[in-house]
Design a protein around this ligand. Structure first.
Ligand code: F0G
Length: 433
């Protein structure tokens, strides 16, 4: 056995096939702990480079390419893979200039099969559900997790059940979960309450929970940074900047970096910068108090994906900041939507929460934390089409107190060459409302 489950607080260990999410002894979060001493002798950069471009499953997946670091012992027959990952790393000089750094790459996790990074976690989670012989899987979600769970459950032959809040759910995400055939339940409660509920339901009804409290989800999500670093030919950037909601990625990224370093696959650990929306910023508030206290909050932000006031992975996120000499920053909804508009305008595109990464880089450069000469990888977590309402409302300037600083107005024209040429000469009518 190369892996076990281990409590991050008291180090108590459990077999890898235990159906358990937190430590029975102290309630701490669990890690999938790999046998790093054995892996150190067997795994090299070449192990992964040789698999690039292969059509062979599971190594054609940008998660399972790193199987030894994700779930070394798992048998191929259990793996549920679309295959996910293999997302692009865009070099963007214009956005770099706007943010104030020389080199900025954007890793686009919206290019996964269901349009968000969740697929990398879900392949890990659904695979473990099959190892355990579970028939039903469930999650609470701000939208993307449910879309991903629904797709992977259907693909893997399991029954999916998803809990949504009953308002502020991006329609792209809701439509995916319905279309992929999961049982979709809208509940008059916010994400944080729904997550509590799904955990209770999981225990009482024997349903496997696939929120990021599930450590197999996080193993899959580690591959985001492993793949980014491989794409940089194993040269680590100075910073990796990402949005923070339930803090699963934060936890997964730091674990990946810690392990890559221990295995000698990277020579230093890049710094993590976790960016929260101002109205959903419990980690940021705790960070500025040097983690002396932590207070859950009621969350409000237009970046609905990260509208989370009590992130379940808070303890792992504190560890992430320690392991990576990381920082936590907050940005306003105005900054988020403007950054998104700029990313969209470069032909790259993303959903609102992903705007945190670019807005965060700019803010951290202005604050003197990120140096202009440093190399930054920003993570775009979801696809532009997930939340068309947010995009259209912005460009129509219909966002109440917020302003569209980078609008692309929609024009109305009569069906005539003259009317169109007026528009192209800048004299036509632009629709702003
Ligand atoms: N970006 C997007 C697009 C997301 O959907 C999420 C989380 C995050 C960022 C935050 O990531 O939780 O790892 O800190 N969405 C979850 C969901 C909560 O239910 O889809 P995190």
């Amino acid at each position: 056995m190369l892996s076990i489950l281990q409590c991050m607080n008291c180090n108590r260990q459990y077999p890898i096939d235990a159906v358990i999410y937190t430590c029975e002894e102290c309630g701490g979060l669990l890690d999938v702990q790999h046998d790093l001493d054995t892996l150190r002798k067997t795994v090299t950069r070449d192990t992964f480079d040789q698999r690039l471009g292969t059509y062979e499953a599971p190594y054609n997946s940008g998660v399972w390419r790193y199987k030894e670091l994700i779930y070394p012992d798992v048998k191929q027959e259990y793996i549920v893979s679309r295959p996910e990952g293999n997302t692009n790393l865009y070099h963007s000089p214009k956005l770099a200039q706007w943010a104030g750094v020389k080199t900025l790459y954007l890793k686009h996790e919206g290019e996964n099969p269901t349009g968000s990074f969740k697929d990398r976690g879900m392949t890990g989670g659904l695979t473990q559900a099959r190892v355990l012989g579970m028939k039903r899987v469930a999650c609470a979600s701000t939208g993307n997790t449910s879309a991903s769970l629904a797709a992977y459950a259907a693909f893997g032959g399991l029954e999916g059940i998803v809990f949504f809040q009953n308002k502020q759910i991006a329609l792209g995400k809701l439509s995916q979960a319905i279309a992929y055939g999961s049982t979709c339940i809208q509940i008059a409660a916010d994400f944080d309450k729904n997550l509590e509920l799904v955990r209770q339901v999981g225990i009482e009804l024997g349903i496997y929970v696939l929120n990021s409290i599930n450590p197999f989800r996080l193993e899959g999500q580690k591959s985001i940074v492993i793949e980014a670093i491989q794409q940089l030919r194993w040269k680590v950037p100075d910073w990796i900047v990402l949005p923070g909601g339930n803090l699963g990625n934060t936890s997964a990224f730091s674990k990946a970096l810690y392990e890559l370093h221990k295995l000698g696959l990277i020579d230093r650990i890049p710094r993590l910068a976790i960016i929260q929306a101002e109205g959903a910023n419990p980690l940021y508030r705790s960070f500025v108090k040097e983690f002396e206290s932590y207070e859950p909050m009621h969350a409000e932000t237009l970046a609905t994906a990260i509208k989370i006031g009590n992130p379940v992975n808070y303890p792992k996120a504190v560890r992430a900041v320690m392991w990576t000499d990381g920082v936590v920053e907050q940005v306003s909804d105005q900054e988020i939507l403007d950054a998104k508009a700029l990313i969209d305008g470069q032909g790259i595109g993303c959903e609102p929460a992903s705007g945190c990464s670019l807005a965060g880089v700019r803010k951290l450069v202005n604050g003197g934390i990120i140096k202009p000469t440093e190399t930054v990888v920003g993570i775009l977590t979801g696809h532009l089409l997930k939340d068309p309402d947010a995009t259209i409302s912005y460009h129509r300037d219909e966002l109440g107190t917020l302003k569209a600083n980078y609008p692309n107005h929609l024009h109305q024209a009569e069906p005539s060459v003259e009317a169109i040429s007026q528009i192209l000469m800048g004299k036509g009518e632009a629709q702003t409302a």
